[in-house]
Design a protein around this ligand. Structure first.
Ligand SMILES: Nc1ncnc2c1ncn2[C@@H]1O[C@H](COP(=O)(O)OP(=O)(O)OP(=O)(O)O)[C@@H](O)[C@H]1O
Ligand SMILES: [Mg+2]
Length: 206
């Protein structure tokens, strides 16, 4: 997947700029880190990318075609985003990962769960337990579910906004090694303030 931002600016209210003249190119399957200070516009950029917010100036070119000429449904077939604040639904852990969608096989999902669920929280919970009713989740557990949800989609571009902020060091390490596997077949964009991660990959600075 090729994603190019050319001189992109965006304002929510027409007064302050949330993004000013941002330009970068992401090319092919690999891991890219998007970094920048709080309020630099990283999450805003993601909302532009999947057409939640429009009316930017400049150009956003996806596989050679301007984003304005893409239908939103075609973009979200290709790009999956794990946003900063995980959203949990009143349903089982499994359904919160799959969201009733078609994704990777159950075998593959179980393999990824095994890799990331190092504290056996998914494993030890009854399949029938409902989040918000008989089951409460910690911040890290919610983050883990939302990471798995993103990976499950198997979309070409997997974007994670601050995915490791609540993960313990073992889960974080396993997540990073899993991304190294996934980059063979996906374009991965990480938004992170974690210098341990940022320094290992190609960086786009906002
Ligand atoms: N829904 C919104 N309405 C108005 N302004 C917003 C909205 N969301 C973000 N902003 C503003 O846009 C700017 C960029 O915000 P954004 O959330 O993109 O930053 P960020 O780089 O993701 O920061 P962080 O590292 O803290 O997550 C900020 O000044 C913020 O106040
Ligand atoms: Mg943000």
């Amino acid at each position: 997947m090729n994603i190019e931002f050319k001189d992109v600016s965006y304002s929510y209210n027409g007064l302050e700029m949330a993004l000013s003249n941002v330009s970068f190119v992401i090319h092919g399957h690999n891991i890219f880190c998007l970094s920048g200070h709080n309020g630099a516009g990283k999450s805003t950029l993601l909302k532009l990318l999947i057409k939640i917010n429009c009316n930017y100036t400049g150009k956003i070119i996806i596989n050679g075609r301007e984003l304005r000429d893409w239908k939103r449904k075609d973009i979200i077939k290709k790009i999956a985003i794990c946003f900063q604040e995980p959203v949990m639904y009143v349903d089982t852990l499994f359904n919160n990962i799959t969201l009733g969608q078609q994704g990777i096989s159950v075998e593959k999902l179980n393999y990824y769960i095994q890799l990331l669920d190092t504290n056996n929280f998914i494993h030890n919970n009854d399949q029938q337990q409902i989040i918000g009713k008989s089951l409460s989740l910690s911040g890290g557990q919610q983050q883990l579910i939302s990471i798995l949800r993103n990976i499950y989609t198997n979309k070409e571009v997997l974007i994670f906004d601050e995915p490791t902020s609540n993960l313990d060091s073992v889960v974080k390490k396993n997540f990073i090694s899993l991304l190294d596997d996934l980059k063979e077949s996906h374009t991965i964009i990480l938004i992170t303030h974690d210098s341990e991660i940022v320094n290992n990959y190609e960086q786009v600075l906002l």
